[in-house]
Design a protein around this ligand. Structure first.
Ligand SMILES: CSCCC(=O)/C(O)=C/O
Ligand SMILES: [Fe+2]
Ligand code: NI
Length: 181
């Protein structure tokens, strides 16, 4: 079940609030400029499936969002716990970074934990199958796949080159939650 937990960025030991109600998650994220929606999903996609089959299964959602927002490229991250690259991939997203474009992700299988650093707060969003998250360009954030990843997400880019991260060099992410196995 999707979940939003909010902390101060100076105190990882005590959360300010937690909610699992989709409408509350939507409202709290909307108030800081983040889009959160829950979309219909299918049951015929599994972690590890290739990009072509995922994009073909979700063709109409992808087409709708691309024509609505004008994204330049789309790719798929699909990773199962059997993936030999899982530790390296996990590390890539674990440190605080930004992108010069919106971060738009549609979770079509499994889960992952986003942490958004906005003003003086940390918004930890446990994203599950069906969640669409769009984080504004230049928002500081990090993401945990967990030690035993199970995730398929469609990524939408304004940039034709796809995923480019700018690391902040801060170690703040290490103080907040990780996705457990
Ligand atoms: C949920 S898609 C993989 C993570 C990613 O692309 C990213 O930029 C994390 O910050
Ligand atoms: Fe990112
Ligand atoms: Ni709204």
């Amino acid at each position: 079940m999707s979940q939003l937990t909010i902390f101060l960025d100076t105190d990882a030991s005590q959360s300010l609030s937690t909610t699992r109600t989709p409408e509350h998650i939507h409202q709290q994220l909307h108030s800081v400029g983040v889009r959160f929606e829950q979309w219909q999903t299918r049951d015929d996609i599994a972690a590890g499936d290739n990009q072509e089959s995922v994009l073909s299964a979700y063709h109409s959602d992808v087409k709708r969002l691309v024509s609505e927002q004008g994204y330049q490229s789309v790719d798929v991250i699909s990773i199962a716990s059997s993936n030999p690259q899982k530790d390296a991939l996990r590390l890539k997203f674990l440190d605080e970074h930004t992108h010069s474009e919106d971060e738009v992700r549609f979770f079509v299988e499994g889960q992952g934990l986003f942490a958004l650093h906005i003003d003086n707060k940390i918004y930890e969003v446990l994203c599950e199958k069906g969640d669409l998250l769009s984080v504004p360009a230049n928002t500081k954030h990090w993401f945990d796949l967990g030690p035993e990843p199970n995730l398929v997400a469609i990524r939408f880019f304004n940039n034709p080159d796809g995923w480019v991260a700018n690391y902040t060099g801060e170690d703040i992410a290490s103080r907040y939650s990780r996705l457990d196995a």
